[in-house]
Write a protein that binds this ligand. Sequence first.
Ligand code: NOJ
Length: 877
Amino acid sequence: MAYRSLVFGAFASGSLAVSVVTPRDPVPPGFVAAPYYPAPHGGWVSSWAEAYSKAEALVSQMTLAEKANITSGIGIFMGEPCVGNTGSAERLGFPRMCLQDSALGVSSADNVTAFPAGITTGATFDKKLIYARGVAIGEEHRGKGTNVYLGPSVGPLGRKPLGGRNWEGFGSDPVLQAKAAALTIKGVQEQGIIATIKHLIGNEQEMYRMYNPFQPGYSANIADDRTLHELYLWPFAESVHVGVGSAMTAYNAVNGSACSQHSYLINGILKDELGFQGFVMSDWLSHISGVDSALAGLDMNMPGDTNIPLFGFSNWHYELSRSVLNGSVPLDRLNDMVTRIVATWYKFGQDKDHPRPNFSSNTRDRDGLLYPAALFSPKGQVNWFVNVQADHYLVAREVAQDAITLLKNNGSFLPLATSRSLHVFGTAAQVNPDGPNACLNRACNKGTLGMGWGSGVADYPYLDDPISAIRKRVPGVKFFNTDGFPWFHPTPSPDDVAIVFITSDAGENSFTVEGNNGDRNSAKLAAWHNGDELVRKAAEKYSSVIVVAQTVGPLDLESWVDNPAVKGVLFQHLPGQEAGESLANVLFGDVSPSGHLPYSITKRANDFPDSIANLRGFAFGQVQDTYSEGLYIDYRWLNKKKIKPRFAFGHGLSYTSFSFDASVESVTELSLVPPPRAPKGSTPVYSTELPPASEAYWPTEFKRIWRYLYSWLNKNDADKAYAVGIAGVKKYNYPAGYSTVQKPGPAAGGGEGGNPALWDVAFRVPVTVKNTGTKFSGRASVQAYIQYPEGIPYDTPIVQLRDFEKTQVLAPGETQTVTIELTRKDLSVWDVELQNWVVPGFDGKRYTIWIGEASDKLFTACYTDTGVCEGGKTPPV
Ligand code: NOJ
């Protein structure tokens, strides 16, 4: 009962419009894709009703060309300042929308804050801080005049430790990703900025991610739809539940079908089952068909071009106008695409005094080309240098500080007294001497590593580096600005402490850094620049070594971590601009470390199965990335196989110690499946009459800019298309399963994120935490993991994170009670036969809620059948 191979997806084929025809390659048996049509209309959820009725009023006045115009970008580098810019319907007051990276702030702009990366934010396990960072990012986007924030990222989920973009997200666990994404979205959207949940789905490695005319992007073959629902989709569902305004599809394919035209994923899963009300955009240059992608539910093509950009060609714009006139794309679909975009704009109040962009992604100079990609372009002012940083350095610093994860602290060696004699090694202790922004898109690893590389970065306004912060406290510190241990190094005295900085970088496939083309494919999990050797050498000479790692993810620590001279190991993750004071505060004991690992660190790479441990390399045709491990990634796999990691998911030490005292309250009684969903509410209704061809004619005397993308057609072309459309001869080769009849939606749906009853709180667990130490204040992380009842007909991981809370700073002896909540969904499994969330223990079977500080430090068991919590227990791992 537990597994059934999943049949989903759409067929990629050509369109009547100009498009790259990408034939499908065979995927392994059991991974075939199935169609889901039509694209569900948006607007049926009551909290969006007002925005949709405003949108309906506006869209019903739009011409065909205006409608097509706002579903696509105007072309890459075609002016307008942002990384993505839609067309407009100026006549009706609908502006070009500005879409801007990155997940960690405002990219390619001056006077902004370079926040800590997602992975760092996840490591705080602190909901309040995650939300505060979201608010600050939203404020900066608003101050810069963007409409859409291209974050947060929860795909990749972090399945492969080598994956290049894991650091943009929050950690290798669906619940950590989901809660962090939801809080980020809430913070951002409360500022009137539309957040984007990305990348749907399966973008777990960078290599071979993109379609090109010669090779399709790899196919993420997600074993079954239980794995899809319980792991990869979970953060998307939570994001939709909090009302995320837009979603971005991934570059790769899933089960053989490109995500940008995947009818099962977009129409079936995202829009129907999850009830997503916003709009769906393609990732940049991943739009490979005109009609198919529209039918499959894509609403916006970014940045507008075909996947070979800069020639002035689009699969939409003028082609979309044509496809509607000739009847290939139903007008109904175009209306829904536009309505979703306009409704989202209204929903976040962007019709009222929303600022226009005041910066340019293309240059940091005051003046620049207005249409950089056009051959001849006028110049003008493009940057107004608006400072949006406010006091956001405070939240950035707090995140950086509370993410610092103390992995090892032998003999309570840390914190350090400022009277110690300190010798610092490693170029990462100091900012890149060429300047923190010297490398385009941070595509180099030189000096302090505050973020990975690619589109997910921001310009540093400054970089507070560790050596400056250490020097402030210990002016006599000796700094060896080298990654190779000095040849002649005087024998240190036994009191000297060596602090060694090491790094590991990764990023987006668009850049190759030191042989790594996005994923960590050459350096793998070793520290870069011979960092491991630097540690080993330092440990030969010094009797006390502290290792500080700035890293995108797990490292192989085995060659030195057990060395008795290595007294302490700290992960700063990717701290952003506040890399110095945040670290010094922890090193010298102003605060206790309170970060926890957002992934496991194994002793050997092959402690994970090949499907997780290794990247998929070159193959003729479509590269296949098959999720043969199913539900078992990260600690789920290690627990199942009884493999002890070096440091487990959730691990993180403090300078003090805590005790936990829990109780469990039953809140809502559960049934096997959620109560039946309510029917969908009404959605906008428009005329179905084909618009006259004249709505797509070029305006007279219009001065075109070369390579700029427009939605107008020559009169002849428009008339010809209209003649075909009005004759009603359906010439288009529609995909199998194609239909235009709206569906009532699946049982598992019914609200944003799914059936609303999935969020009913089933159990509440108040946990009283006490600082049991005597010397240090500190913050405790309370993590709750679920263990399913025995004897149920589902194979489930031994424990799974379901909620977490963090205490405030507790002085020695002080207590605080935090409350963990478990929802119906938290106790459910996705049943592939019923296609619904099922509570296998609904009839009083015992779930165990494990409470502790890490996935391998769970000492309190709360039993749902008796309501009793017992200390001194351990899960059967
Ligand atoms: C490609 C990346 O995958 C995506 O995350 C980003 O938002 C866009 N480029 C725009 O830069």
